[in-house]
Design a protein around this ligand. Structure first.
Ligand SMILES: Nc1ncnc2c1ncn2[C@@H]1O[C@H](COP(=O)(O)OP(=O)(O)OP(=O)(O)O)[C@@H](O)[C@H]1O
Ligand SMILES: [Mg+2]
Length: 307
């Protein structure tokens, strides 16, 4: 599906802020043409990692290269081939929507006419033409997010870094972004995407890199991770000690996790085992569903909120 050529390569990559280690000696590769999802709880180190890739933050230790170039010495060349939609809103509030795109385009070697054309295309795609001449302060949160995405595409990047691109977007706009990500991927653009929406990661990403406390704790294709850590089906029932014992006796190979007032039972057995059990043992407030990436996330990163 994607090439075996590594486009972004991190070895022993570390970022410290004072004595605090935000990114802790991590290794990873991103291959040409793939869409990789960086997932992890708040504070896991995703944004810090992405910022080092686009040469915004210097590394503390380790090596990081983009298209064979070192982020330490070839920042200019790297920035030319990368498009960035940062997590925070860094639009220029003194300028209009269109001016934000035009000014940004000047950082790259793009003619004025070409920049004009691309800006128009992006505003059309992200449904912002009507707002072309308004100031940033007059945009809604979701519109600002869409403009940041439009801006990230102005230099027609070969690598796209999207840090929570769909946070705050309405469902229509979210699907518009998905459509764009898929279409860019088809055209061979390599994409790193951070998101807290597990359905988004499952829908868009070829591979997931799961981070926690500055480390990469797991990586793989979404379907493989689900199969490896969770299984096929999940049964959710109200937390009840007697019921738990019955389920444990019935499904000795299953994994059980208590989540608040619910018990989750994960099985690797084929679809249908829970249904058959429920026919014989009917009880209320029960859900059977397919295992998903959110189950993997919660299982591997713990269920409590991160401090
Ligand atoms: N400039 C900074 N100075 C000090 N600490 C920082 C700085 N930037 C990030 N950190 C710390 O580094 C850790 C990782 O932050 P980062 O923004 O990379 O997390 P994240 O995985 O992107 O989280 P989120 O899902 O909330 O966006 C956090 O503990 C954060 O407080
Ligand atoms: Mg972040």
């Amino acid at each position: 599906m994607f090439s075996s050529e590594s486009l972004i390569s991190a070895h022993d990559l570390t970022k410290k802020f004072g004595s605090f280690t935000a990114v802790d000696h991590i290794d990873f590769e991103v291959y040409k043409g793939e869409c990789v999802g960086f997932l992890g709880p708040n504070g896991a180190g995703k944004t810090t990692t992405v910022r080092m890739i686009y040469c915004f933050l210097p590394l503390t230790e380790g090596e990081l290269s983009v298209a064979g170039m070192s982020v330490a010495t070839q920042a200019r060349e790297i920035k030319n081939m990368v498009g960035v939609a940062p997590q925070e809103d860094n639009l220029d509030f003194d300028f209009s929507v269109i001016k934000n795109l035009q000014v940004y385009a000047r950082y790259f070697d793009i003619s004025k006419a070409e920049a004009e054309k691309r800006a128009k295309e992006q505003l059309t795609f992200f449904q912002l033409e009507e707002k072309k001449n308004v100031l940033i302060s007059e945009l809604s949160t979701g519109m600002k997010r869409r403009l940041i995405l439009a801006r990230a595409l102005i230099n027609e990047p070969q690598i796209l870094l999207l840090d929570e691109p769909t946070t705050g977007l309405d469902p229509q706009a979210r699907h518009l972004v998905w459509e764009e990500v898929r279409s860019l991927r088809k055209r061979g653009v390599t994409i790193i995407l951070t998101t807290h929406y597990m359905d988004e990661a499952a829908a868009l990403c070829d591979r997931i890199l799961l981070m926690d406390n500055g480390k990469v704790i797991e990586q793989g294709r979404p379907s493989e991770l689900i199969k490896k850590h969770i299984g096929a089906d999940v049964l959710e029932v109200d937390n009840d000690e007697k019921l738990l014992q019955t389920l444990k006796a019935e499904f000795p190979d299953a994994q059980f996790e208590t989540f608040g007032d619910r018990i989750h039972v994960f099985t690797t057995q084929p679809h249908g085992v829970f249904e058959r059990f429920l026919e014989k043992n009917p009880f209320t407030n029960v859900t059977i569903r397919n295992a998903n990436l959110e189950d993997v996330f919660l299982k591997l990163t713990g269920r409590g909120l991160k401090a």
